[in-house]
Design a protein around this ligand. Structure first.
Ligand SMILES: [Mn+2]
Length: 266
């Protein structure tokens, strides 16, 4: 796994992955007959196993962010995923979660994991990868894939086409919301979030307006644990996928195929 991984190996992997990711735009437009969508991993290596083993069965494996922090195999998850990215650059996609930032990694463990293993200078290699991660993706022109949710003050996806990749922390308020917002059935439009300033929950009316104005069918996002790994909001127009077993949940991925949506147990 990563037991024999030297700093030199790690540096090489991170630099190659950074180069591959830097060729991707901030907003991905993807087409796939069969896609597997994976939510938060937070260092859960076991949940990465099935997706990577079934790479040949899918046209796309799309990871919705929050790869690291908190879990038992954070470094291993990042290393395995970046190896897979380099092996299948057009099939393995990773978008940015709110934990792909220096601020979160200082607070929730990944900074310490990296520096303890490879020394104080090594975190910069990680930050340079996170800075190249796309912000969200559109799949088959009908599904928006994003870590958190839709931002307040944005009427349609066309208004988001200009978002830019961010540095080691998120400076742009709209991108911050894309990575942090949550759906809430008890909210009509938007409401302030318990998560902090500049973050909102979004409700039924804002979702239906956004989807209609964008010509989209649904939003698949991650960011919140669900008992069975999947959560359906607003009649399924927003779906949460959560893939980390360390939260005491049954982790899942979401398969989007020609016959519809299927829960995949991880
Ligand atoms: Mn998150």
């Amino acid at each position: 796994m990563t037991a024999g991984l030297t700093l030199r190996d790690f540096k090489g992997l991170m630099e190659d992955a950074r180069a591959a990711l830097s060729r991707e735009p901030a907003v991905l437009s993807l087409h796939a007959d069969r896609a597997l969508l994976i939510g938060d991993l937070h260092g859960d290596l076991e949940s990465l196993k099935l997706p990577l083993e079934s790479v040949d069965n899918y046209d796309a494996l799309i990871f919705l962010g929050d790869l690291v922090d908190r879990g038992s195999h954070q470094l291993e998850v990042l290393v395995e995923l970046m190896r897979a990215k380099l092996e299948h650059p057009d099939k393995v996609r990773v978008i940015r979660g709110n934990h792909e930032t220096a601020q979160m990694n200082y607070a929730y463990g990944f900074y310490e994991v990296v520096t303890r293993r490879f020394g104080a200078g090594a975190y910069g290699l990680v930050a340079s990868i996170f800075s190249e991660l796309p912000i969200f993706a559109l799949l088959n022109d009908e599904t928006m894939l994003v870590h958190g949710g839709i931002p307040r003050g944005v009427n349609s996806v066309s208004e988001l086409k200009g978002v830019r990749k961010q540095g080691e922390d998120i400076e742009d308020g709209v991108v911050l919301q894309l990575l942090w917002n949550d759906p809430d059935e008890s909210v009509e439009d938007f409401a302030p979030s318990w998560r902090g300033p500049g973050i909102y929950t979004f409700g039924r009316r804002s979702v239906s307006r956004f989807l209609e104005a964008s010509g989209l069918r649904r939003i698949v996002r991650a960011h919140e644990p669900e008992p069975l790994g999947l959560g359906y909001h607003f009649n399924g127009s927003v779906i949460t996928v959560f893939s980390c077993r360390h939260y005491g949940i049954s982790p899942a991925a979401l398969e989007l195929g020609p016959t519809g949506i299927r829960r995949v147990q991880l």
